[in-house]
Design a protein around this ligand. Structure first.
Ligand code: ZN
Ligand code: ZN
Length: 152
């Protein structure tokens, strides 16, 4: 990240600090929060911040490529602060998106790196795997009556 010039206005510094905190909170989370969820997280650090400010900062950060917007399955926009190549595990029940390091599925990574698709040159890839997260699987198991056992 570029160092800010010390003579910047106080307003700019405040924006920068807010942006830094938003970016840090996003990078700490591994489940790709929505803007509303980001707001709840950031509010703990900056109690007076508004939802609009969080939106604007997320927009600015994704505009300069520091974070990614995820639009998966028509769900609400989620944000991704991870800069390195990784894939996504999408829970079809709660909608949360977990990261899957590309190195944990080397076969997929290699296949994509080697793929040649006509004239099209692949520069990046997004892989989404759908399923149920641990939390949702636990809830489903709890609710399922015993008689259901074995019927899938
Ligand atoms: Zn889930
Ligand atoms: Zn991610």
């Amino acid at each position: 990240m570029k160092k800010e010039h010390p003579l910047l206005s106080a307003r700019k510094l405040k924006t920068t600090r807010q942006r830094e905190i938003i970016l840090n909170e996003l990078r700490k989370s591994d489940w790709h929060p929505t803007a509303d969820e980001m707001y709840e997280m950031v509010k703990r650090r900056l109690p007076r911040i508004s939802l609009g400010t969080v939106y604007r900062n997320l927009d600015a950060l994704s505009g300069c490529g520091m974070i990614n917007k995820l639009e998966i399955g028509g769900a609400r926009m989620r944000f991704d602060g991870k800069p390195e190549t990784h894939y996504h595990l999408v829970c079809t029940s709660c909608g949360r998106i977990h990261d899957l390091p590309a190195d944990s599925v080397p076969a997929v990574r290699k296949a994509l790196a080697r793929a040649r698709i006509g004239d099209f040159q692949i520069t990046a890839s997004r892989v989404e795997l759908l399923g149920l997260c641990r939390g949702c699987r636990g809830r489903k198991r709890h609710r399922a009556p015993r008689a259901m056992k074995g019927s899938r």
